[in-house]
Design a protein around this ligand. Structure first.
Ligand code: XUL
Ligand code: CO
Length: 434
């Protein structure tokens, strides 16, 4: 037992707790909402990187956090894992996620990094077993080390492609060994800064081939979890190939992978792409590739991926509305890919951030479930499209040609009348629930 969280007690559901006490006021794991326990709906996960590996830097200044486990040794990596699992015990959330680089020190060679990784995976595996915390997903960090500065799978240098493939193989093996429920690929540097030095066609083809190799290997080792791509339009590269859900779908189709790969959708990335979170969720659901979510928010003024903990119930409610409509999570869950603000130095800040985020999500889920149960939005939507339910309209949709429809209209048989979209009425409706 470390003393990092000394004085902080396990957080429980206590809606009437005094204001200064850390407690869940809305997240009640066992409470049944829309036929399922809240814990099973939300499937919360803590992100190892932001909570335990991020030093608190910004573009103008470096480390602000002084954590006793910072440093690149195996002893410190074990200390970091000890503290991580102590936090999981305090929060009681069911899942967590890692990148390889978050949990093991980088070695001087591939072999040494692999040894470090396998050793820490065994250490973490024992803790998972003892405590019952599960792995929502593992992933490879193919963007921080300078070898990846020009991309991983999309690198002009084939040796980086090979290094990346080897790294993903080991990360998939580890995810499989720990019983992880998904494997995520976020293409942080799979894009480019300038076309002046970039062969865009070649890079996309490399990324497609790489993903086929990942899927082949998943099947070879019998990994039953989902392979998830996390779209993001830019940052760190100026143009990323996995811009948003619709772009990735086209990419999957091109490489014959649409039945194999699903989406991990992050709110902040959706915003960077000029979409709302619910747009991306609805798009993935419509395309049959919805998987999991990274729940965070961006600062609306800075226009950057600020990875803040969620704190806006109406936004979160609309997101969970789409999740519920899609049938809820299967292998996916709600990963807090969110970091503290760099002035939030205290261990208690780390706990409070997660507790608040879980409460916000619980409120969002309850509002979404209530809206779905009430059925107001679905009824209004059905009424809006009711014209399409008749045989004539269905016949037009399925069999008609332009000439057929020209004949119908020219004969004077129809005369379309504009009808209100009722946006304000529907916004007022949503406000009753949030
Ligand atoms: C970066 C980001 C990553 C992925 C995993 O913006 O979201 O943390 O979630 O690599
Ligand atoms: Co993310």
């Amino acid at each position: 037992m470390t003393d990092f969280f000394a004085g902080i007690s396990p957080v429980t559901y206590a809606p009437d707790a005094p204001a200064d006490q850390l407690a869940y006021r809305h997240y009640n794991a066992d409470e049944v909402v829309a036929g399922k326990r809240m814990e099973d709906h939300l499937r919360f996960a803590v992100a190892w990187w932001h909570s335990f590996a991020w030093p608190g830097g910004d573009p103008f200044g470096g480390q602000t956090f002084e954590r006793p486990w910072f440093g690149e040794t195996m002893d410190l990596a074990r200390l970091k894992a000890d503290v991580a699992f102590e936090m999981f015990a305090l929060l009681g959330q069911p899942y967590y996620c890692w990148h390889d680089a978050d949990i093991r020190p980088e070695g001087d060679s591939f072999a040494e990094s692999k040894r470090n990784f396998e050793e820490i995976i065994d250490y973490i595996g024992q803790k998972m077993e003892a405590q019952g915390t599960k792995l929502l997903w593992g992933t490879a960090n193919l963007f921080s080390h300078r070898r990846f500065m020009s991309g991983a799978a999309t690198n002009p240098d084939p040796e980086v492609f090979a290094w990346s493939a080897a790294t993903v193989k080991n990360c998939l093996d580890a995810t499989h060994k720990l019983g992880g429920e998904n494997y995520v690929l976020w293409g942080g540097r799979e894009g480019y800064e300038t076309l002046l030095n970039t062969d865009l066609k070649r890079e996309r083809a490399q990324a497609g081939r790489f993903l086929q190799m990942v899927v082949d290997y998943k099947h070879k080792i019998g990994f039953k979890g989902a392979i998830l791509i996390e779209p993001k339009p830019q940052e760190p590269t100026k143009h990323q190939y996995d811009y948003d859900v619709a772009t990735v779908y086209g990419f999957l189709k091109e490489f014959g992978l649409e039945g194999e790969v699903q989406m991990n959708i992050e709110q902040g990335h959706a915003i960077l792409a000029g979409h709302s979170f619910e747009h991306e969720l609805a798009m993935a659901s419509a395309l049959g590739i919805f998987g999991s979510i990274d729940m965070n928010r961006n600062d609306y003024q800075s226009g950057w991926d600020t990875d803040q903990f969620p704190n806006n119930v109406p936004e979160v409610a609309l997101a969970y509305y789409e999740v519920l409509k899609a049938g809820g999570f299967t292998t996916g869950g709600t990963n807090f890919d969110a970091k503290l603000r760099r002035q939030s130095l205290d261990p208690k800040d780390l706990i409070a951030a997660h507790v608040g985020a879980m409460d916000i999500c619980a409120r969002g889920l309850k509002a979404a479930a209530a809206m779905l149960e009430d059925g107001g939005l679905e009824a209004a939507r059905a009424a809006r499209y009711a014209g399409w339910d008749g045989d004539t309209a269905q016949g037009w949709l399925q069999n008609a040609t332009l000439e057929d429809l020209e004949a119908v209209v020219a004969a004077g048989g129809i005369n379309p009348q504009p009808r209100s979209g009722q946006q304000e009425i529907l916004e007022n409706y949503v406000n009753r629930f949030v």
